[in-house]
Design a protein around this ligand. Structure first.
Ligand SMILES: *Cc1c(COP(=O)(O)O)cnc(C)c1O
Length: 427
């Protein structure tokens, strides 16, 4: 399968690239990013034949459907990392919490956040590609708190890769910061910046597309890549667990195969939700994707009013720091999918230059056909945590935002999978 560009082609880059090229160099023409040219249609048959499949088998078969140019032994090595999660037979357990609400716990990997679901295998893919091509990579990671630890963990001591990780100093929890600054492998560098996550991600995107920086690195025989979810190598692993959660509902006899469900996703950079969107487009029976945010509620505004407005906005610190983001990178992939590359280029350039864009009513209706959104204040989140705990379930503040969206965004009494993106111990 080939990958094409969200903002169209500048005539200098290839019109389409392979998966390996897209993950080694994730920035595309006009500051855009890569998207799959088409998506495989998995359909009911695929779901039916995977009702009893292990997570690894499901993952292997989803990756096979994408026909990516990665050798099978490397894929196997990558997927074997799921054996080191808490339960080697199921890295992402699904827990019933309320009548219709099931929580898919994505935090059972080494750094206790859902970033491990993708970054663990992604680390193997990238470093083995680098080794096979006999190339050296500098991998940039901008983090709001959990990408950093997960990227450092997966790349530490791997050959042909070095990592530079930027985090907002004072913008993460202590556990998150300590997870990063106590890593001491020689191929890792951790840098606290004066600024928020958006500043860190802006710096990353600027460096990735800077000709002079890339030329300087070339002199030292180093190429540049990124561990953030602008890299499709993250996204491909993030659509698998949405399918897995659906099949878990079937296995637990909560739904019949084919029944529609809601996905309820605590969102920041929109990688997790995008994975759900692609899974839905590939045939997973999903009624809608609920986008849960904290007080940094740009996504709620976009989905409810069609307006992405950063003119007056600044990041506020909340109890769910991994979602303290205003420039949500993967929204661009949704814009591309719904409105095409010409319109995406216009909208993204407006956002870059004027800090604002407004969708048309027709565009907004298209967006709302798939997404609903709400945001959760810290004190509301606290009371959801308290209530859930009284019922015997302990969760972290990111997960709590989903409980608000569960209450306010559903219009049908369908089973709902909410994602628990981090272990409560980190906050
Ligand atoms: C990264 C992160 C999120 C946001 O996920 P996106 O894919 O960036 O939308 C939510 N919760 C936690 C705990 C995270 O680490």
């Amino acid at each position: 399968m080939n990958f094409i560009e969200t903002r169209g082609n500048d005539g200098e880059r290839p019109l389409a690239v392979s998966f390996s090229t897209a993950i080694l160099g994730p920035m595309a023409s006009f500051g855009g990013i890569y998207v799959p040219e088409s998506l495989p249609d998995l359909g009911q048959e695929f779901l039916k034949s995977h009702v009893d499949a292990s997570y690894k088998t499901l993952a292997r078969d989803v990756l096979a459907a994408f026909e990516i140019d990665i050798e099978q032994d490397v894929i196997e090595e990558a997927l074997n990392l799921y054996d080191h999660f808490d339960d080697s037979t199921n890295p992402a357990p699904l827990i019933k919490v309320l009548d219709d609400l099931y929580v898919s716990e994505l935090y059972h990997g080494p750094t206790r956040a859902f970033k491990d679901m993708a970054l663990q295998p992604f680390g193997i893919l990238l470093s083995s590609l680098a080794q096979k091509r006999n190339e050296n990579y500098l991998i940039l990671a901008a983090t709001s708190g959990d990408t950093g630890p997960a990227a450092l963990e997966t790349f530490k001591n791997r050959k042909n890769v070095q990592v530079a990780c930027l985090y907002p100093d004072g913008g993460t929890s202590d556990v998150q910061r300590l997870q990063m600054v106590t890593e001491d492998a020689p191929n890792l560098k951790v840098i606290g910046i004066h600024g928020d996550f958006d500043d860190a991600q802006n710096a990353l995107k600027l460096l990735l597309s800077s000709d002079s920086f890339n030329a300087k690195l070339k002199e030292k025989h180093i190429s540049l890549s990124a561990a953030n979810s602008v890299n499709f190598g993250r996204i491909i692993f993030q659509l698998i667990y949405h399918i897995h959660s659906y099949l878990e509902l079937v296995r637990q006899s909560a739904i019949e195969l084919g029944e529609k469900i809601y996905l309820d996703v605590p969102s920041g950079n929109f990688g997790n939700a995008l994975g759900g969107y692609y899974a839905m487009k590939m045939g997973l029976p999903v009624e809608k994707i609920l986008i849960a945010s904290n007080k940094n509620n740009v996504l709620t505004e976009l989905i409810n009013n069609g307006q992405y407005d950063l003119r007056e906005a600044s990041v506020v610190a909340t109890t769910s720091p991994a979602m303290d983001i205003l420039k949500s990178s993967n929204v661009e992939r949704i814009l591309y999918d719904l409105y095409g590359s010409d319109r995406t280029k216009v909208l993204m350039q407006q956002l870059d230059n004027e800090k604002y864009y407004q969708l048309t009513n027709k565009e907004l209706a298209q967006l709302q056909a798939t997404f609903s959104a709400d945001y959760c204040e810290d004190n509301e989140g606290k009371s959801y945590i308290k209530q859930a705990f009284a019922n015997g379930y302990l969760m972290d503040p990111h997960t709590a935002t989903c409980f608000k969206a569960y209450d306010s965004c559903r219009s049908k009494p369908l089973k709902t999978v909410a994602y628990s993106t981090a272990e409560w111990t980190k906050f």
